[in-house]
Design a protein around this ligand. Structure first.
Ligand code: BGC
Length: 413
């Protein structure tokens, strides 16, 4: 992802043509619940007198958005701000194209307000280059309790129980698992299985350290086997389906459950559903008390015009303010990234998520999401997603899949 100096100067020149205070923001929040959430940020920026230029690129997980971002930066025309996360923040910072946010961070005392894992992710060589929006938890299971009841099935806490429940649900004429057959969605389920059966240390060895022996271990074979078992309980129209359409299947009682991060909650909220009653949100089997985190964040691309720089500072400042952190997460299904927030307005699942996040932070058991770009470079993440999806969509054995996982990751370096 090396950008030539010539392109860099071209984009600085082009940026000087932006109109005053205009903030073009690249993001991939396009589902019903996501759009409502991003509206919160837009309104707060407009209250400050800035003009919001929406640059949304549809596609859950953000892969399409990242492809578009690259082409915009390479052609010398980056957006003012972009939704980027994890180690790719550092990759962009290394290119020298990101705005340093140290001043706004110092004024807002970010160092004392952010948990270690988040602070670390927002900095490059000790300087702030990213601002955290929220914390999503990935390892959630969304349940329609009415469907379980009609099928006479118990909500599962282990993969064995899952198989029993899924059989009953299928026999009762419902789809056990609503799934969107896209690589990032398969990787999302896979990483939760790995955390559940392997635990946090195993997960880190696999998806942070990319340790060869761990990647091709018997535990990894088992994770692949469980993933294939889940596939047997999805419907034939799953391939290519968007994640939010899968969530709708749980909302409207066509399907019993979905394995998805808590951005899915935004769809339930948007549909006027009551948590704990119309739907349940529980850890994916075998991940009770475990937490895969996925932090949404923004970076700002260097600008020459003072007005645009001021707008970038305002954007960063607003994102870290308690008002935004609370309202955005209430809409988005996440929890605030900022510590010591009043959780009074959050539902039982938001409160539980925050408690687990803080406990995991103390016990050092939080793990970063591989599927959502938090644990490793885009190249390694791409290799894992490719293997997982190839396995999911073929007759490949679990053993061959884990061998291929180790090989592909090695080749990505
Ligand atoms: C992002 C969420 C988003 C989800 C689906 C995740 O990678 O962190 O903010 O809602 O993808 O698009």
């Amino acid at each position: 992802m090396k950008i030539r100096i010539a392109l860099l100067s071209a984009f600085l020149w082009l940026c000087s043509g932006l109109s005053a205070g205009e903030v073009e923001v690249l993001h991939w929040w396009t589902s019903g619940g996501e759009s409502k959430s991003v509206e919160v940020l837009k309104n707060l920026m407009e209250e400050q007198g800035h003009t919001w230029k929406d640059f949304s690129v549809a596609g859950g997980g953000g892969e399409s958005a990242m492809t578009v971002l690259k082409s915009r930066v390479f052609s010398g025309n980056p957006p003012v701000a972009a939704q980027i996360k994890g180690p790719s923040i550092q990759e962009w910072a290394e290119e020298g194209v990101l705005t340093n946010l140290d001043q706004v961070a110092a004024r807002g005392q970010w160092d004392s307000l952010l948990p270690e894992v988040i602070k670390h992710a927002m900095k490059y060589e000790g300087h702030y280059v990213g601002v955290p929006v929220n914390v999503h938890r990935v390892n959630w299971m969304w349940v329609n309790p009415a469907v379980f009841k009609k099928a006479g099935a118990e909500v599962p806490t282990t993969w064995e129980e899952f198989a029993v429940a899924a059989e009953k649900i299928k026999k009762a004429g419902f789809i056990p698992v609503a799934h969107g057959g896209k690589p990032w969605q398969e990787a999302t389920i896979f990483e939760s299985i790995v955390l559940g059966i392997g635990g946090p240390d195993f997960y880190r060895k696999a998806f942070v350290d990319l340790d060869q022996a761990t990647l091709k271990s018997a535990t990894m074979d088992r994770a692949f086997t469980i993933l294939k078992m889940i596939k047997g309980y999805t419907d034939k129209d799953a391939p290519g389906r968007d994640w939010n359409l899968a969530t709708s299947m749980v909302i409207n009682g066509k399907a019993a459950m979905q394995f998805m991060g808590d951005w899915a909650k935004a769809e339930f909220t948007n549909a006027g559903k009551t948590p704990g009653q119309d739907y349940l949100c529980l850890p994916i089997p075998e991940t009770q008390g475990k937490f895969i985190y996925n932090v949404d964040s923004f970076v700002m691309f260097k600008q020459t015009r003072k007005e645009v720089q001021a707008a970038q500072n305002d954007l960063a400042k607003i994102i870290m303010e308690p008002k935004f952190q609370e309202v955005f997460s209430l809409n988005k299904g996440s929890i605030p990234a900022r510590l010591n927030m009043d959780m009074g307005g959050f539902d039982i699942y938001g409160v539980a998520s925050m408690n687990d996040f803080l406990a995991g932070s103390q016990a050092n058991t939080l793990v970063p999401s591989m599927a959502h770009g938090m644990s490793t470079t885009p190249a390694a993440r791409g290799a894992v997603c490719d293997v997982v999806t190839n396995f999911y969509n073929s007759e490949m054995s679990a053993k061959d899949a884990s061998t291929s996982l180790a090989q592909e990751i090695q080749a990505a370096y």
